[in-house]
Design a protein around this ligand. Sequence first.
Ligand SMILES: C[S@@+](CC[C@H](N)C(=O)[O-])C[C@H]1O[C@@H](n2cnc3c(N)ncnc32)[C@H](O)[C@@H]1O
Ligand code: SF4
Length: 457
Amino acid sequence: MKNLDSENFEKIIKRYQSNPFMYVEYPHKRYWNKNLKNEIDLKNYFIESLKKHNDKKYLLYVHIPHCHTQCLYCTCHVEITKDYSRVKRFLNYLYKELDLLDEIFKETGLKPNFTDVHLGGGSPTYPKKEDFDILIEKLSKFVDLSKLNEFSIEIDPRRVKEEKIEYYHSKGINRISLGVQEFDTEVQKLINRVQPDKLIDRILTPKIRELFKHGINFDIICGLPGQNLNNFEKTVKKIIDFNPDRICLNYMHLSTKFHPHQLRMPKDKIPGEKLRKELFTLATEMLEKNNYARAGYDHFVSKDDKLYDELKSNKLKWNRLGIVTGNYENIIGTGVSSVGKIEGDFYYQNTFENDEYEKMLSKNLLPISNFHVMSKDDQIREEIIQSLRTYFLLDVKAIEKKFSINFFDQFKNTIEKLRIYEKENMLKIQEDQIEVINSGTQFANLMASEFDTYIPR
Ligand SMILES: C[S@@+](CC[C@H](N)C(=O)[O-])C[C@H]1O[C@@H](n2cnc3c(N)ncnc32)[C@H](O)[C@@H]1O
Ligand code: SF4
């Protein structure tokens, strides 16, 4: 990487470490305003926002939090259990939530156009087929599953075999996202997730590859304990050999306060910021030499994937599920902790607590515990931040036109702050565009954060 030793660069790394925001939403959830009085107002606002955006395309996200064991790095909202009755109990409330949505749509005459469905978690592969069948039946009440653009599911390779994946395909699922994380056995031991390569082999059979043509995603994590440039090079080689269509290369997010199990990873083996960046750079270089293109901050797409065309025509969007096609703008989240977004109007998140989730649904209330009503200023900044983070490029003229503003007048102070990155040759500020360049792409979210007015400075 360029300029790694300069004084400024060291400062930038320090600031980066103290600002972990990934900007899957803007403003960050920590600053959501909860600007409505009570559950009734909230439900009405939800309905009004849907009405306003009835012509838009929607993604339905379903969160199933259960997992059999705890991976030590994991920061997802999970419930670790081997007791299937816990899963079943949760599913019964999830069905209730889907029924409630169906009721709202029918009562109001709303017919949101769901183009995509994503089943995530936790492990959405945990439910048995008979329970999964009910989930599909509930979804079918208001989603035409036969017409979806993408119907995807996260797969834990340790828990499913080829036959279950065929079953998912028979239900209309056309994209599988495999939690690979890392191929090195020593690293796997340190993260409590031993997962021999043959598990991936047994899933990605010729038949599955045929059924999910252009529909295979790998989740990989960079910054895990025990990773170094040698073993990570081998891991990336294996990834390339398996040839998935998309790769999500996450930096390990460390948040021991909320996820104390992370403290069980040996601290001295966790790569520091410099090594993390080097690991990421190594992977980027190897993938780019092997028919992959970087699509936003931490995603890579095969040049044979349709996302690559969308990347070239700037249609990609970023959300907490990662890079997505430009086909939908809005998200309705279901299940504990899931996040929803109605563009320009509203962010919301369901409660994390099972008890509260059950209580609210028993009263026929949406199980939302946190939300943000967007102002116009939020909308402008959200668009700028997303653009810098996803495309490494901000089209100044487009922003000015869309929001009727004079960009350089409005953001005079922020532009001054961005000059430090320009000096480091990480950013190019021009009259009609701002471009993240060179090693700046590794710090795009930090540069984007200069537009964040919620962070106390
Ligand atoms: C719900 S899991 C995927 C499905 C399944 N539970 C599994 O692990 O195979 C979602 C993904 O989030 C990523 N993830 C979880 N915790 C993370 C962390 N602390 N930092 C970065 N990525 C993380 C992992 O790559 C994981 O595959
Ligand atoms: S990485 Fe997946 S399997 Fe592991 S704890 Fe997190 S959600 Fe569960």
